[in-house]
Write a protein that binds this ligand. Structure first.
Ligand SMILES: [Zn+2]
Ligand SMILES: [Zn+2]
Length: 166
């Protein structure tokens, strides 16, 4: 377990502490996939901001994803920031803004999991304008121009077809 001892900042002994670490989230599964193929790099800084012990983090990681539209796998580099107030105990509600560390020691695995997993996209596209798969031949329209004709073109023809069917 990767631990970050922030006691000296909580006690006001030191103004700031910085740690650089990596955490392994490769066992995380989302919708049957393991998006983390490499360790997540964290730079965490504990410091006193406006009299409050604050933990600022920068995460950099690579996600291995599958496009929802064309089913191609691709990777995406992500850089993400978070900021939390560190406390030893909490009496009020926590909406994710606090890190509670009774012994002044923060688990970086837990922190990374709580910061990153909720931010993962539920819908992924390999690119904004992904053309997806051809509904006729199943070809990837980003890569091939199959030239298939869509089944319905003209809404007026559609009405005529319906007329003749009934
Ligand atoms: Zn795609
Ligand atoms: Zn096609």
């Amino acid at each position: 377990m990767k631990k970050f001892d922030v006691n000296s900042v909580l006690d006001g002994v030191q103004a700031s502490l910085v740690v650089g670490e990596t955490v392994d989230l490769t066992s995380v599964h989302i919708r049957g996939l393991s998006p983390f193929t490499d360790p997540v790099a964290i730079t965490a800084k504990a410091s006193v901001v406006d009299g409050v012990a604050t933990l600022g983090c920068v995460y950099t990681y690579r996600l291995s994803l599958i496009c929802d539209r064309c089913l191609t796998s691709f990777t995406k580099e992500v850089s993400q920031r978070s900021s939390h107030v560190v406390v030893r105990s909490l009496s009020g509600p926590d909406h994710g803004e606090f890190v509670v560390a009774p012994d002044g020691i923060v688990s970086l695995e837990e922190l990374a999991t709580n910061d990153i997993i909720p931010e993962l996209p539920s819908k992924v596209l390999c690119r904004e304008d992904c053309k997806g798969l051809c509904p006729v031949c199943g070809g990837n329209r980003n890569q091939v121009q199959c030239g298939c004709k869509p089944k319905t073109v003209d809404p007026r023809l559609e009405i005529l077809n319906k007329f003749f069917e009934s």
